[in-house]
Ligand binder design. Structure first.
Ligand SMILES: C[S@@+](CC[C@H](N)C(=O)[O-])C[C@H]1O[C@@H](n2cnc3c(N)ncnc32)[C@H](O)[C@@H]1O
Length: 242
């Protein structure tokens, strides 16, 4: 971004949806509700991503993708199911002189759509929007060579039994795009079963967590679930609605 005036102008002219709050310049901050810089601090994304490749799945306004680039990432791919103009990714990308690449697609089909694997994979605020969370983790397993960060709504803590609550008709926050919220212990099991080793877990607010994250790295060998199950790994293409 050239200067504060240009940043204010981008915000003033924007007709797209602001979901995320992040700095366009040292002084000017976007008007979204989700403080993406706080979230990246909370998940302990390294301050230096020099030379790294980063995949940001469910990018909305691109806040995490642009921040990763600012931290030195050499190659950033941002993904969303919506066209880039819906959340202004294209506008912000050119205003910030960003080289981040936008790919329209669903997490399930990403191994076909993007050239991976990536050093750092961000999957923040997306898991509970999915009808097929394990299929998404299988897909991310194919795209990760370093660390995976999963942040999500949860239905219980790391001390609760591993279970996931299903919301049939928008019972979670009155939002029908929400389907599953695991307990934190279930989230850990899902991620490890999918071929990762969990390094860090955090949940908030304390005592009665509604959100949590895990940071994980790739486990050696095939994903754990493949050793126990006769399930066949799937490769997914979107089907027409109806
Ligand atoms: C709650 S927002 C989270 C945005 C951002 N990651 C953050 O933490 O601020 C969820 C985003 O995920 C996207 N999304 C939903 N389902 C998806 C899918 N199957 N594949 C990729 N992105 C998806 C939505 O379009 C939306 O942009």
């Amino acid at each position: 971004m050239r200067d504060d005036v240009s940043a204010e102008q981008v915000i003033g002219d924007a007709e797209f949806v602001w979901h995320q709050r992040f700095h366009l310049t040292d002084r000017i901050v976007t008007p979204g509700a989700n403080d993406i810089e706080w979230l990246l601090y909370r998940i302990e994304l390294p301050q230096s991503l020099a030379g790294k490749s980063v995949l940001d799945v469910g990018t909305t306004n691109g806040g995490a993708a642009f921040t990763a680039e600012r931290r030195g990432a050499a190659h950033v791919v941002a993904v969303d199911i919506y066209d880039p103009d819906i959340y202004g990714f294209d506008t912000l990308c050119s205003a910030l002189d960003s080289r981040a690449e936008f790919v329209k697609g669903s997490v399930y089909e990403l191994p076909r759509l993007v050239d991976g694997p990536f050093d750092e994979v961000l999957f923040l605020g997306v898991l509970y929007h999915l009808r097929h969370p394990l299929l998404a983790l299988d897909s991310l397993r194919q795209l990760t060579r370093g660390n995976l960060y999963v942040e999500t709504a949860v239905s219980g803590s790391v001390d609760d039994e591993p279970r996931a609550r299903f919301y049939r008709r928008g019972e979670l926050h009155d939002d029908p795009s929400n389907w599953f919220a695991p307990t934190v212990s279930c989230l850990v099991d899902w991620v490890e079963s999918s071929g990762f080793v969990v390094d860090r877990v955090d949940e908030w607010p304390e005592g009665r967590p509604e959100r949590a994250y895990v940071a994980a790295h790739l486990a050696e060998g095939p994903p754990e679930w493949e050793r126990f199950s006769y399930e066949v790994p799937l490769s997914v293409s979107p089907a027409p609605r109806g």
